[in-house]
Design a binder for this molecule. Structure first.
Ligand code: GLU
Length: 487
């Protein structure tokens, strides 16, 4: 090894890439880049039944979307490939054979029923269930004989009872009594290795220096260290990241909603905001600063500032960060990203930009634009007459005001149809609106806004009118007058 830091993210493609996986990938990426090292993507698809190509594609797409480009991995290659475990069978076979030959692993032929009986017995004695090693003493000849006769077996690793200690870069010294583990299954057969084994082989073969992963893997670590030792492989450094918790402080899971990266992407969270948010799940910059770009995170990142306690996946914080990134975007760019969420795409880009511009300040995620701005695209608006009445305004009074608005707007030329002009023309009238003893602009601006949007809340009437244009604006005022007349 040339001393270069090499980290890896090793997802199993058995479901849509998860935000938790994205956070682990991010921390591996940040640490590698900070140290001038390499970030490797390895697809752990040894579980043939549950692994799917579609999910693998989703992992690649999700990481790319977040800007977490891997230095080596699928679609990239590199000198330690292939980077899919399903393509590395021969390699695992070589190491499995070695362990079997050395007697560090053995074939076990216990049936599921026998194992279950053993488990139940141990539980009844209040012991932790573990494999007692009934097959450990079969001679190599007996093992071969049974295999030759077609008996199905699995390969177990003979665990030595001892204390395995390692230094975790986040959690400090950790020691395990391996006597509690029992002999772990490391492969279903020579062609089907299991996670704890293949991960050791790959981390060595791919020259991984640092294994940064979720805390839920901490109990796998002693097993992996024992396998490493048996194969006489050098160790790696471990850093176990704090759990992600839901807002109820229980472990983040499906119960808390769809936490796949694609779900967040579909709702219109920006990759920069998601990265920023994920970075703060367990890591703190040592100051109050909350906003970081990916390159800034690379500069600031350190494993020392990762906490041990669980990190709360706080959606409000994500919304806040996302809103902030949205506000700081160039309008052209934001409008282009919003386009797929708008109900019609036959609207010219200037208009689209104008619509999106009305919401830039308040959007939390892009998908919200669909509901907020749908009225711009509607042919006729449907709503109750009530909506047009401001406070104690009467139907008749409101009708009159709308007639007045129509008359004034009619006189405005197409070329003068700007928000500022409309405001200049209508405001003097609005100031006088309502009962003479208590005039208020609300009596005019509210029904105008409601007539143009059909909504309780929307941008102001002049902004909407400018975007709608003269014809549509007048049509909607007319429609409101009609709705009142029929009410
Ligand atoms: N394939 C494992 C997972 O997805 C990788 C764990 C590890 O990083 O060792 O959880």
């Amino acid at each position: 090894m040339d001393g270069k830091v090499r980290t890896r993210i090793a997802p199993s493609p058995t479901g849509w890439a998860h935000m938790g996986t994205a956070r682990t990938a991010l921390f591996n990426y940040l640490f590698a880049k900070k140290e001038g090292g390499d970030f490797i993507l390895r697809i752990e698809d040894t579980d043939k039944e549950r692994s799917q190509k579609e999910y693998e594609q989703d992992v690649l797409e999700s990481f790319r979307w977040l800007g977490l480009e891997w230095d080596e991995g699928p679609e990239k290659n590199g000198k330690y490939g292939p980077y899919r475990q399903s393509e590395r069978t021969e390699l695992y076979k070589k190491y499995l054979t070695k362990l079997l030959e050395q007697g560090r692993a053995y074939w076990c032929f216990c049936t599921p029923e026998e194992l279950e009986a053993q488990r139940a017995h141990q539980m009844s004695l209040g012991e932790a269930p573990r494999y007692k090693g009934a097959c450990r003493n079969l001679s190599p000849q007996e093992q071969q004989g049974r295999l030759a006769s077609g008996t199905r077996g699995v390969i177990r690793f003979a665990v030595e009872p001892k204390t395995v200690a390692f230094h975790d870069l986040i959690r400090g010294e950790i020691a395990f009594d391996t006597g509690l583990l029992g002999d772990v299954v490391i492969a279903k057969d020579l062609e089907t290795p299991l996670y704890n084994f293949s991960v050791v082989v790959d981390d060595f073969e791919m020259q991984i220096t640092h294994v940064i992963r979720g805390e839920d893997h901490i109990t796998n670590t002693p097993r992996q260290i024992l396998i490493q030792e048996a194969l006489e492989l050098p160790g790696v450094q471990y850093a176990h990241l704090p759990l992600l918790l839901g807002e109820d402080r229980s472990k983040l899971s499906k119960r808390h909603g769809d936490n796949s990266v694609r779900a967040f992407r579909q709702q219109g969270y920006l990759p920069e905001a998601v990265v920023n948010f994920l970075a703060l799940l367990g890591w703190n910059p040592g100051s109050d600063r909350e906003i970081f770009s990916l390159p800034e995170l690379v500069k600031e990142f350190s494993l020392e500032r990762i906490q041990k306690g669980g990190a709360i996946f706080n959606l409000k914080r994500l919304d806040w960060i996302n809103g902030l990134y949205i506000r700081h975007m160039r309008l052209e760019e934001l409008a282009a990203l919003c386009a797929p969420y708008l109900p019609r795409d036959d609207v010219d880009s200037e208009k689209q930009k104008a619509i999106v511009g009305l919401y830039q300040e308040r959007l939390k995620k892009l998908a919200e634009i669909a509901e907020l701005a749908d009225f711009f695209f509607a042919d006729t608006l449907q709503y109750d007459a009530e909506l047009l009445l401001w406070k104690d305004a009467t139907k008749e009074g409101t009708q009159e005001i709308l007639e007045k608005i129509r008359e004034l707007l009619n006189g405005v030329g197409e070329s003068e149809w700007t928000k500022d002009n409309l405001e200049k023309i209508l405001m003097p009238e609005a100031e006088k609106a309502g009962p003479p003893e208590k005039p208020n602009r609300g009596y005019m601006l509210w029904p105008m806004r409601a007539a143009l949007s059909g909504k309780k809340a929307s941008p102001g009437p002049f902004e909407i009118a400018e975007v709608l244009g003269k014809e549509k604006t007048l049509e909607r005022i007319q429609n409101a007058i009609k709705i009142l007349a029929y009410a």
